[in-house]
Ligand binder design. Sequence first.
Ligand code: FAD
Ligand code: PYC
Length: 415
Amino acid sequence: MRYSSLALLRQGIAGHGGWPQAWRSAALQPSYDAVIIGGGGHGLAAAYYLAKLHRLRRIAVLEKGWIGGGNTGRNTTIVRSNYFFPQSVALYDFALRQYEQLSAELNYNIMLSQRGVIYLGHSDHDMETMARAVNAMQINGIDTELLDAAQVRAEVPLANFAADARFPIHGAFIQRRGGIARHDAVAWGYARAADGLGVDIIQNCEVTGFRIDNNRVRAVETTQGPVAAGVVGLSVSGHSGVFAGMAGFRLPITSYALQAMVSEPIKPALNVVASSWATGMYVSQSDKGELVFGAGLDLYPSYAQRGNLPTTQAIVAAMTEIFPPFRRLKMLRQWAGIVDVPWDYSPILGPSPVGNLYLNAGWGTGGFKATPAGGYFLAHAMATGGHHPISAPFDLSRFARAALIDEAAGAGIAH
Ligand code: FAD
Ligand code: PYC
């Protein structure tokens, strides 16, 4: 929907009470041609592409809570495509290119800010590893550059450049097309566009099981009753393993809590997304002025959607060692999300062992940046029964074929 400047002004003066709902509150129907489980960014994007590109009708997205309330609303919004292997670059750069035109496509401002993502190196070893990574990325066509310490100082002047710093800065590498995007807006933009194409978005509808017959899902059981489904897409982030169990197979993933936090808002202090390879700490400044930061996984398998104090302490320690002025900031809040991490840190996409059940799983700590790709390739698999060439290397069968795509370092913070 488009509004004239006068209509916008009237809404502002009248207290914003007159906006129409951005998507319908649809009632669950007894059957659909396609059912997507999980109303995060990926599930909503899949519904949108199924309706838009594959012209499917009678599509439902089933979400146990509210849309975007899972990891889509809990992540730290970093987008980038600086991965090591060509298969990963094809996947994540496809997503980044979608992001670059998504506000226009959805007519919804996703607030993409390509301010650059910089990785600080703290030792000769870091710099050698970075040189190798940058070479691989450049061969794959990704816009990455190595920077020396003087160039890094121009990008992050508040960092600690003292020679005796605990994490001295030897150099860095940067992807300038990387940055951040507003996570909620990505979910809401896809939701509104999917709804406009007739998709039913059903919130407060938990999927509790499958009715499987002859190796096909005939219906999904929900807290609002059973729903017959022609084809089913699984897009439940940290709960993929639970669903695989319901469907009678196992996925090679482990689920962990990943936490992040924000400070009070301050004036502009950091122009790029800054990350430290050795500590896993990363930080960016939100449009409201808060510093948003986090680090690696608490490597204790868990479904408890909360962080813990020792991990918080380690993250804050790394952040304040590297950016001493941030020691004075007050912390506002801290949270966590459950992420499902495959053995090779790459996602699992496409067909599952159950005939008409398709997977969009295993995005681990890095799936926000891939939201348009996860949705696009899940829709492709559900509509065609097979893979798009970009998603094919990420098939579940790679674990049986020993064709792993080991992106432990590319995953940014998962190592
Ligand atoms: P979700 O948004 O989690 O959607 C899945 C949905 O499934 C949820 O809404 C959930 O409620 C629903 N669901 C689960 N079980 C059921 C059920 N039984 N019935 C119905 N619905 C169900 N990635 C990046 O690229 N950049 C980052 O900076 C980044 N930072 C992160 C920071 C943190 C703290 C965390 C936790 C993750 C981060 N990630 C990041 C990873 C990223 O958040 C996820 O990979 C991505 O958001 C997954 O999107 P999704 O749509 O698949 O999942
Ligand atoms: O994938 O860039 C990333 C990331 C940063 C923090 C969590 N994931």
